[in-house]
Design a protein. Structure first.
Length: 406
C-alpha cells in the first residue's frame, strides 16, 4: 500500500472533529443566514491513485464545504441517488455530472480528480454551474502526506472555489539585525507596488496565496529583495536585515573631501622572479578532456530528447484530463512518463559529471601551460610605472616546446 493511502484514511477520520474548530464555520454578522448556494460534491475520480485515497479526500472535502457559509451542502444520499439514475461513467462528462447534481437539487457542483504521476499526487477540482454545465472556477494543487497539511489544503480549496474573495493570506515584515533601528523608515514594495514604510502598524492583508516578491529600500542602504510564500488564512513573517551600501556618501567642502579615506602611497617597484618551467607533457590530457566534454554533451542531448517526449505525453494527458476524456487504458501512459523521467534524470546527472570532468581536465592542462610564463619586471626611471619583459614557453599541438615573444 502506498504511504499516501494511510494518510488519506487518517485524514478522513480526523476531518469531522476538525470541522467544528474550522475558522470558516461561523455565523454571519447579526445572526442572519448568508446567501448560500446549494452545492453538491460528487465522488472524486482516481487517476493512477488508490480508490480509497479518493474516497477519503471526498469525505474531508464535503466537511470543509459544509463549513463555508457561502455554500449549502447537498446531502450525499441525494447525490448518489441522482447518479444511479444517470448512465455509467457519468462523472467523466461534465454535462452528465451537472444533470445529476441538478436532479439532486444543487445549483452548483464540485467535481474533480485525484491523480498520481510517479510519487507526486495532484488534486484537480472544478466548480461547475449545475444548470448550464459551465465551469465557474478551478483549483489545482499538489498534495503532501501530512494530515494537517491535507486538511489545510482542502479547507483552502473549498474557500478558493466557493468564496474566492476570502481566499487570502497576510504578510508581516520585520526589520532585524544590528542596523534595524537605523533602517526604520525604509520603503516596502510587494510585487512592485509600494505598501508603506517600516515598521508596519499591522500585517498586510488581502494577498493571494502563493509566491510574492518583497523589496525593501532606503537611502544609504543596499536594497533587500526576497521571495515569500503566502498561505491561505495564515500570517507569513518575513525578517529583513538591511546593510549599509558598499560606497559610503562623502561630503565635499570647498573642493576638499571631508571624511574621505586618506590617499594611499604608491606601491614600491617590485621585481618579479622567474616562474618555474612547466614539465614536458603528453597530449593525452587534452584528448581525455575533449572526449569527456563530447560524451557528456551527447548524454545531455539524449536526456533532453527523452524528457521532451515524456513532457509531450504528459501534456496530452493533461489536455485530455481537462476535457474529461481519460480512460483506464491511459494508466500505462503515466507509468511510461515516470520511467522516461527517471531515465532522463540519470542521463542529466551522468552527462553533467562526465562533461564537468572533461572541462576540469582542459582547465588543468591550460593551467600547466600558463605556469610556463617567464616574467621579469623593474621600475622605470620616471616612477610609477613598471617595465615588463619576458617570453612565454608555449607548445605545439604535438607537445613540443615553442617559444613566443611576450
Amino acid at each position: 500500500m502506498h504511504p499516501f493511502t494511510g494518510y488519506f484514511c487518517a485524514l478522513a477520520a480526523l476531518a469531522p472533529g476538525l470541522l467544528l474548530a474550522s475558522p470558516n464555520a461561523r455565523a454571519a454578522p447579526g445572526g442572519a443566514a448568508p446567501q448560500a448556494a446549494a452545492v453538491a460534491v460528487l465522488p472524486l475520480r482516481a487517476l493512477g491513485a488508490p480508490a480509497e485515497s479518493a474516497q477519503a479526500l471526498e469525505k474531508t472535502l464535503r466537511n470543509e464545504v459544509e463549513a463555508v457559509p457561502e455554500a449549502r451542502l447537498v446531502g450525499r444520499e441525494a447525490v448518489e441517488a441522482a447518479l444511479l439514475q444517470q448512465e455509467p461513467d457519468c462523472l467523466a462528462r461534465i454535462a452528465c455530472a451537472a444533470a445529476a447534481a441538478a436532479r439532486a437539487g444543487a445549483q452548483q457542483l464540485i467535481v474533480g480528480t485525484v491523480s498520481r504521476l510517479g510519487d507526486a499526487f495532484t488534486l484537480d477540482l472544478k466548480l461547475v454551474d449545475a444548470r448550464t454545465g459551465q465551469e465557474l472556477r478551478r483549483a489545482t494543487h499538489p498534495m503532501s502526506g501530512k494530515e494537517d497539511a491535507l486538511i489545510e489544503l482542502l479547507r483552502g480549496i473549498a474557500v478558493e472555489l466557493l468564496a474566492p474573495a476570502r481566499y487570502t493570506g497576510r504578510l508581516a515584515v520585520l526589520l532585524a539585525g544590528e542596523m534595524a533601528a537605523e533602517a526604520q523608515g525604509a520603503e516596502l514594495f510587494v510585487d512592485g507596488q509600494r505598501r508603506g514604510t517600516l515598521p508596519l502598524a499591522e500585517p498586510i492583508g488581502g494577498l493571494s496565496p502563493g509566491s510574492h516578491t518583497l523589496r525593501v529600500a532606503k537611502q544609504d542602504f543596499r536594497d533587500a529583495t526576497l521571495f515569500v510564500e503566502v498561505r491561505f488564512d495564515r500570517t507569513t513573517q518575513a525578517r529583513i536585515d538591511l546593510a549599509r551600501g558598499a560606497l559610503a556618501a562623502v561630503e565635499f567642502v570647498r573642493g576638499q573631501a571631508v571624511g574621505a579615506p586618506p590617499p594611499q602611497p604608491a606601491p614600491q617597484p617590485v621585481l618579479a622572479g622567474t616562474a618555474p618551467q612547466a614539465p614536458q607533457r603528453e597530449p593525452w590530457l587534452k584528448i581525455a578532456g575533449w572526449s569527456g566534454v563530447g560524451v557528456g554533451t551527447v548524454a545531455f542531448i539524449a536526456a533532453i530528447v527523452i524528457h521532451a517526449k515524456a513532457y509531450g505525453i504528459a501534456a496530452d494527458l493533461n489536455r485530455r484530463n481537462s476535457a474529461n476524456q481519460l480512460t483506464l487504458a491511459d494508466r500505462a501512459a503515466y507509468d511510461q512518463i515516470d520511467s522516461e523521467t527517471r531515465a532522463a534524470r540519470i542521463l542529466y546527472a551522468t552527462g553533467t559529471l562526465i562533461a564537468a570532468g572533461g572541462a576540469g581536465a582542459l582547465l588543468y592542462d591550460r593551467h600547466l601551460d600558463e605556469k610556463s610564463l617567464r616574467v621579469e619586471a623593474a621600475a622605470l626611471p620616471s616612477g610609477g610605472a613598471v617595465g615588463v619583459a619576458g617570453r612565454m614557453q608555449g607548445r605545439s599541438k604535438y607537445g613540443a616546446k615553442r617559444p613566443k615573444k611576450a
